[in-house]
Design a binder for this molecule. Sequence first.
Ligand code: SF4
Length: 336
Amino acid sequence: MGSEALIEEARRSLPSGAGLAGRIYARVFEKGSFEPEAFGMSARSAQAWRKGFGIGLLEVRGLAEEEGELGPTSKAIMECGDGARVECVRIPMHGGKSTLCISSQVGCRMACAFCETGRSGLSRNLLAAEIVAQVHTARFALGWDCGNIVFMGMGEPLDNLDQVSAALRVLTDRRGFSYSWERITVCSSGPPGGIAGLRALGLRRLNLSISLNAGDDATRDALMPVNHSQGLSALASEASDYSQRGNFVLAINYCLIPGVNDGRNQAKGVADFCARVGRTMVNLIPYNPGSHPIARAPSPEELGSFASWLREEGLELRHRAAKGSSIMAACGQLGR
Ligand code: SF4
């Protein structure tokens, strides 16, 4: 719940103590604990609060860390109330900040060929509460700082848009974590109507990235079955309509898989796609072989060649190091 909804619900359902709803809410996000008693209310009122409301943290069932230049990359396995498990990853960034990569579904039905999560199919959508609880648990149970949030863990966020949108409202609630929208990125494989649905929410400053991974339909069909229902041309058209602010830059994630999508013609196809959608920034990510590899990891030379072809095509790009691959925490490795 956002704070306004909590205040309203407390007024409607509690016999007394509802006037403290805003402060109780703020404390949940400041200290990580739900403590109606801390505000001097009667035992009876506090009991009514506890009967009606709670924060439902997730249980941390596993933790792994990989040391790196910028600090450790950490992966946590978190368990929901029904025993379903999701993973989230804290990724160190330049400047001492971290990005928390969170999950939106238990499993995923998009079945991307390079992704462990895609192998398991979709078990269920996460609730908004479970999405927010990953951040809560990471910050308060694990003590992680999480300056940025990316929806790039398990699941396709636009396949669970109602709950993701509710979670976004809570994450940005001024009485709560108060994330600025610019610090949050939703990453999508591009299911039909998904980006249009996100745009319709009118969240002007929310960042979007697209998991592209191919420069032509045949290659993308083979890697990402979602491409059969929405090919590159239709995806470019939806993406070009997304921009809701003048300085918007669409991030394009490209996982480089040797012998699959690393040819010169693929770089040209990426450039053609980007030319249709407006200003872009390509994140070039090395393929991380998981439990059922479809290829080996690319060499630094292969990454360098592809990057130089993208530059020749006039694209802006960033290299993403394969952080967390030794603990199955890198891109495409969550869920096993
Ligand atoms: S890459 Fe993303 S959309 Fe594709 S199967 Fe994995 S989690 Fe789902």
